[in-house]
Ligand binder design. Structure first.
Ligand code: PHE
Ligand code: ZN
Length: 887
């Protein structure tokens, strides 16, 4: 806790470490309240460091027991213990430092450093958690070889793990078990891990492409031993994929994953010993949804991919976070696209980007993919660093092409293996491997904000030419008033009247140029205005732009409704077919919002309804894609498309469309639902793209049917909820019932809880469905749930399921005009800040857009933020989010 104004850390102030640590021996004598940590480090002053430079170590919340240099105790006259540092004077050029500290894992509610989750000791060191274990240069460019001895009572802690391989295991004279692990790979402190507890093991062998045998080990609480299969299968797929796609294989003899219930984030890639939020490991068909299965496959792969992009090559400093995260998310996305439906997975990537990253880029905490300042690094595990960072890598891949990208990656691995590097190093590897100048492209790393691209088209039948003129603008963001143009790849096709894409010859190209008969090209915008003229275009085509979402920009299209409907039916790029449907839906919703605001009666346009009906009824289409096309844009993205967010308008218009579709297409929706339900009846659950697609379309039909509350739909929802043998379908039914009046919803909630009260991840769903249900008294319901015995402020998943879900995804409840929703959230942030600042800071998110609402809501949200800001002793985490939001 800090009372003075926290300090801002600047990239421009980076200096290399004064002392390096080639190796460290750690000993943990485990005890819930008083764990003793002995750290023996080899320290070496670097050549550029003056001989009188003190040794500065990071440390926070530590009880310092003793310090010794080369075995000789060093008294307090030689060191200075500050709040977050230990400064030792007069140290030799090379020496062995022994530091003994004592820590309290049971009292560690921030879940950073060493803590207990359901009696399991576990660590979380990224980004700066290692300093809560011992005094150490806790920065990623200090890479050490770790040897870790864990001492504990084998009866209580039968499993004791750390990075690498076990090299000694014995019962000591103290009657305790002493096990020693050694990790041969030098690593930064943030990749250190230790786990000890009563855990069940699920083991499976794997042979790498070079023939090395690896033991894959999944550790879970014994009651979850039946929920490991999918995670293990996902891990193997990821290992094979990285060998095939990037030529990278695993490098240790053991790969361990531990699942714990209390975890701030999704998962952590500690070398050879990942620690996961159990949400991303545990799955059984009756407890986990398709989306959970998909999430597990993606996150297990993501953490595995970090072994090369993150661990073997790591970040020089935390400003470079996207070096590992953006790249690893991109690799994860490629992997998912290869294993699940490619188009659906791209659509999901873009939905996440638009729902989370676009608002961030447009708000008070906008920052570049490679930030240049921070107060608390934990606040920078953002959608910008992760998801926009992945888009930047994808653009590079698109601009230089897959072969050049592969050459660049190979050079990157070859040149930097074992190093801690920067985003410049990454881009330079691609430039050098392909003899390219990527200087302007690098602006994507340093300029914040989402570029807006508008396009004008002109067809001249006489000269048979077609012109596309693109204009890009990038609005100012905090600290960046003026920007340079970005390099934007626009993947483009021109669709002819017959629905087929045209050959694309630019006017300045020869007719026999090799590119000239391609039907898709990447147009690169490098200036504020860029014009392309195509030759031999006899009739006005419909342009299909930004195919596959080739750049993270807002494309403003002037296409007519009819062109959108045409692209919905004909675009040969599945992503853009979906995009046309989304754009069309956004337009319709915007018009309805305007109608509602002007007091005009709401009418669903017949053309829109017909395009919708044609898509549902088209059984030549993949059900998964139909479901995506017919899912209306979410409220968060809709809000993003409005200058002044009209809370009631968005909810009312979106609800109106859902109800009207459900009512006017009831017959068709019932038919499709019944057909899909019949196809799946009696089949065992399987997580494959076709089955997932069928379930998602059936649940979507059900959701539309439920919207107007018609009996046929509700009856089916109730039956599906009661009889489903898998969680996807059961939840599909429950979500429909949840929005109905208490007489229908409450018995369903009660039955669900009674059945699943012993499965925490399912209880999270129970909280979440209620927190996000659209009902008049949503906040009262949430307040009541806060008192439920199963609710806990100590478990991040639970907090996210109730408080987080309500604030982020129940606009009607959260933005209640009285401001009660805002007061509620402010209260929870203040309470949580005392126990878990990271989770508290994340909850500030829904307040960040406060300036975009109506005057009354602005005032109320601002008051809530000011009330938080006025608290004494705020954490750096919450301080940064709140002060930036108010600035
Ligand atoms: N590095 C983790 C990942 O993205 C995320 C994480 C960050 C986990 C910080 C815990 C703490 O894979
Ligand atoms: Zn990651």
């Amino acid at each position: 806790m800090k009372t003075d104004t926290p300090k801002t850390i600047l990239l421009s102030e980076y200096t290399p470490p004064a002392y390096l640590v080639p190796s460290i021996d750690l000993e943990f004598r485990l005890d819930p309240h008083a764990t003793r940590v002995t750290a023996v480090s080899r320290m070496e002053r670097t050549a550029d460091t003056p001989a009188d430079a003190p040794l500065v170590l990071n440390g926070a919340g530590l009880k310092l027991v003793s310090v010794a240099i080369d075995g000789a105790p060093v008294g307090p006259d030689r060191w200075l213990q500050e709040e977050e540092r230990l400064v030792i004077r007069k140290v030799p050029a090379a020496f062995e430092l022994t530091v003994v500290t004592e820590i309290d894992p049971a009292g560690n509610t921030a879940l950073e450093g060493l803590y207990l989750s359901n009696g399991i000791f576990c660590t979380q060191c990224e980004a700066e958690g290692f300093r809560k274990i011992t005094y150490f240069p806790d920065r990623p460019d200090v890479m050490a070889r770790y040897r870790t001895t864990i001492i504990g009572d084998p009866a209580v802690l039968p499993v004791m793990l750390s990075n690498g391989n076990p090299v000694a295991d014995e019962i000591g004279e103290d009657g305790l078990r002493h096990i020693t692990w050694e990790d041969p790979f030098p690593k930064p402190s943030y990749l250190f891990a230790l786990v000890a507890g009563d855990l069940a093991l699920c083991e499976s062998p794997f042979t790498t492409m070079s023939g090395r045998d690896v033991s894959l080990r999944l550790y879970v609480e014994p009651r979850n031993a039946d929920k490991c299969e999918h995670a293990m299968a996902s891990l193997k797929k990821a290992m094979v994929w990285d060998e095939q796609a990037y030529g990278r294989e695993y490098d240790l003899d053991i790969y361990m994953i531990v699942a714990v219930d209390d975890f701030n984030m999704g998962a952590m890639e500690n070398k050879g010993l990942n620690v996961f939020n159990s949400k991303y490991i545990l799955a059984r068909p009756d407890t986990a949804t398709d989306s959970d299965y998909g999430g597990i496959e993606a996150v297990v792969a993501h953490e595995y991919f970090h072994n090369w992009t993150g661990n073997r090559i790591t970040c020089r400093d935390w400003f470079q976070l996207s070096l590992k995260e953006g790249l690893t998310v991109f690799r994860e996305q490629q992997f998912v696209a290869d294993h699940q439906s490619a188009a659906v997975s791209r659509i999901h990537d873009v939905r996440v980007l638009r729902a989370a990253q676009f608002p961030e880029d447009a708000g008070p905490t906008a920052h570049p993919v490679r930030p240049d300042s921070y107060i608390e690094i934990s606040n920078f595990y953002t959608s910008t660093v992760y998801n926009k960072g992945a888009e930047v890598i994808r653009m590079l891949h698109t601009l230089i092409g897959p072969e050049a990208f592969a050459r660049g990656m190979d050079l990157y691995f070859e040149r930097h293996d074992g190093q801690a590097v920067t985003c410049e190093d990454f881009v330079r590897a691609h430039a050098d491997a392909n003899e390219l100048d990527l200087g302007d492209f690098f602006r994507w790393y340093v300029q914040a904000g989402t570029p807006e691209v508008s396009v004008e088209t002109r067809h001249d039948p006489e000269s048979r030419s077609f012109e596309l003129t693109f204009t890009q603008t990038l609005k100012p963001t905090p600290g960046q008033p003026v920007k340079k143009p970005m390099v934007i790849p626009v993947r483009t096709a021109l669709i002819g009247a017959d629905g087929a894409p045209l050959a694309l010859r630019l006017a300045n190209e020869a007719a026999d140029a090799p590119e000239a008969d391609q039907t898709e090209r990447v147009l690169v915008l490098e200036d504020r205005v860029t014009r392309f003229t195509f030759a031999d275009v006899a009739e006005r085509p419909v342009p299909s732009l930004l195919r596959g979402f080739s750049a993270p920009v807002k494309l403003e299209t002037r296409a007519e409704d009819a062109d959108l409907a045409f692209l919905m039916g004909h675009d040969d790029d599945a992503f853009n077919r979906w995009e046309a449907a989304q754009t069309y839906a956004i337009r319709v919703i915007h018009r309805l919002i305007a109608d509602a605001a002007a007091g005009r009666p709401l009418v669903l346009p017949a053309d829109f309804r017909d395009a919708f009906a044609r898509t549902i009824g088209d059984d030549s289409l993949d059900p998964a894609l139909i479901a995506e096309a017919l899912t209306l844009p979410g409220e968060s993205y809709l809000a993003e498309t409005m200058t002044r967010i009209d809370v009631e308008g968005i909810t009312a218009a979106r609800q109106f469309v859902r109800r009207e579709i459900g009512r006017s297409l009831e017959g068709l929706l019932l038919e499709v639902f019944d057909r899909l339900a019949a196809e799946d009846a009696g089949k065992p659950y399987s997580f494959d793209p076709a089955s997932v697609g069928r379930r998602s379309l059936a649940n979507l039909c059900l959701a539309y049917l439920g919207a107007p509350g018609g009996t046929a739909g509700l009856e089916r929802a109730r039956r599906r909820f009661e009889t489903a043998d898998n969680m996807t379908d059961a939840l599909g039914g429950l979500l429909v019932l949840a929005d109905q009046e208490d007489a229908l919803s409450q018995p369903a909630f009660d039955a669900f809880y009674a059945r699943w009260k012993d499965e925490p991840l399912v209880v999270d769903k129970w909280f979440m469905v209620q927190a996000t249900a659209s009902r008049a008294n949503a906040l009262d319901h949430v307040l009541k749930l806060m008192e439920h015995p199963a609710f806990s402020m100590r478990n991040p998943n639970r907090v996210r399921s109730l408080i987080g879900a309500f604030a982020a995804s129940n606009p009607r409840g959260f933005h209640e005009a009285s401001g009660r929703g805002y007061d509620f959230l402010a209260d929870q942030i203040i309470t949580l800040d005392a126990s878990n600042p990271q989770i508290a800071a994340r909850l500030v998110g829904p307040f960040k857009r406060w300036r975009r609402y109506d005057d009354q809501r602005q005032a109320l949200m601002r008051q809530a933020l000011e009330r938080i800001a006025a608290r004494q002793g705020l954490s750096r985490d919450v301080y940064e989010m709140v002060s930036k939001s108010l600035a």
